[in-house]
Design a protein around this ligand. Structure first.
Ligand SMILES: *Cc1c(COP(=O)(O)O)cnc(C)c1O
Length: 277
C-alpha cells in the first residue's frame, strides 16, 4: 500500500491530526508558561504498539522522528517505513530498555538511545555502532542519553541518582566512546514520587553533570501525563505516546505482560525487555 493510501483512512488521519495539534498546543503552552522557546523542545511521538500506517500519517503531518521501546517491533516498522519512503529522513529513537544482546540490532536502526544505564551496555552499543559506521550502515555515532533512576530502584532501569560517581563515570564512558555521542540524561518519575520533585532532581543532576561538558546537555523528560512539569524543569525532549496515539492496544501477545493468569494473552518470552509502561 502506498503512503497516499494510508492517508485515505480518514478517521485515523482526522484523529491523529487533532491529537497532534493538541499535543503541539500543550507543548507550546507549557513552554510559554516556563518562559522557554518551544523550538528548544522536541515533541517525540512514541509509536510503540501502533502500526507503521500511523507513522506514515504522522510523517505526512510533519513528524520526522519516532520513539519505540521494543527492538523487534521497532526493527519491523523501520524496515516497512524504509521500503515505503526510501528517500525520507526518519529518525528512530529507542526509548525502552535495551538488552545487551540487542545492542547490534539497535545500532542498525536507532538514531538515539534514551535508556542507557550500564558500562556493559555502553560497551556493547559502542562496539555495534562503531562496526556499523565502519560498514557504512550508519552515518553518525549513536546518540546516547544516560537514564537516571530517581528513587534508587535500579531494577526498573537507570543509574541511581544517589551515586554521582557512577553517573560521572558512565557519562564519561559514553562521551569517550567513538561510536557514541553523549547527549544528555533521561528520567522517568517513579510512581510514588511527585513528578515535580522527580524532574527537579533530574534537572539538578543534569546541571551537576553539565559542568564537565562543553556541549549543552539535553534532558529527555516528560510523557503524556507530566510533560508540562518536565518542560518547567528544562526538558528538551518530551516522549509522548498515549496523548498522541490514543490508548495502546492490548491485543498483541508479543508485547503484553499479562498481569493475571486470566489474561487473554500468552506469556511473554522469558527474555522480554523491560516493562512497557
Ligand atoms: C511508552 C513510553 C513513553 C510514552 O508514554 P505515554 O505515557 O503513553 O506518553 C515515554 N517514554 C518511555 C520510555 C516509554 O516507554
Amino acid at each position: 500500500m502506498s503512503t497516499c493510501q494510508y492517508m485515505q483512512n480518514a478517521d485515523r488521519v482526522g484523529e491523529l491530526t487533532a491529537k497532534l495539534g493538541a499535543a503541539r498546543a500543550r507543548l507550546a503552552h507549557a513552554a510559554e508558561a516556563a518562559g522557554r522557546n518551544v523550538n528548544d523542545i522536541e515533541l517525540l511521538p512514541i509509536t510503540k504498539f501502533f502500526p507503521a500506517s500511523d507513522i506514515f500519517i504522522l510523517h505526512q503531518l510533519g513528524c520526522h522522528a519516532f520513539g519505540e521501546s521494543r527492538e523487534q517491533e521497532a526493527a519491523n516498522k523501520v524496515a516497512t517505513v524504509r521500503a515505503e519512503l526510501p528517500d525520507a529522513t526518519v529518525r528512530w529513537h529507542m526509548v525502552g530498555r535495551i538488552q545487551r544482546n540487542k545492542a547490534k540490532a539497535v545500532a542498525s536502526w536507532a538514531y538515539a538511545a534514551h535508556s542507557v544505564d550500564s558500562q556493559r551496555l555502553i560497551t556493547a552499543l559502542d562496539r555495534a555502532a562503531t562496526a556499523a559506521l565502519a560498514a557504512g550502515t550508519r552515518a553518525e555515532p549513536l546518540r546516547v542519553y544516560l537514564q537516571i533512576s530517581l528513587d534508587g530502584d535500579t531494577e526498573r532501569g537507570g543509574i541511581d541518582v544517589g551515586s554521582p560517581d557512577l553517573v560521572d563515570e558512565l557519562c564519561a564512558a559514553a562521551d569517550r566512546a567513538d561510536g557514541l555521542t553523549f547527549v544528555g540524561l533521561m528520567g522517568i518519575p517513579p510512581l510514588e514520587v511527585d513528578p515535580d520533585d522527580a524532574f527537579a532532581r533530574l534537572a539538578a543532576e543534569r546541571d551537576r553533570v553539565q559542568a564537565d561538558y562543553p556541549q549543552r546537555l539535553e534532558l529527555s523528560a516528560g510523557m503524556s501525563s507530566d510533560l508540562e512539569i518536565a518542560v518547567k524543569h528544562g526538558s528538551t525532549c518530551v516522549r509522548v505516546g498515549t496523548a498522541l496515539m490514543g490508548k495502546r492496544p492490548l491485543t498483541s501477545p508479543a508485547v503484553v505482560t499479562p498481569v493475571t493468569s486470566s489474561s487473554q494473552t500468552s506469556p511473554p518470552p522469558r527474555s522480554a525487555e523491560g516493562s512497557p509502561r
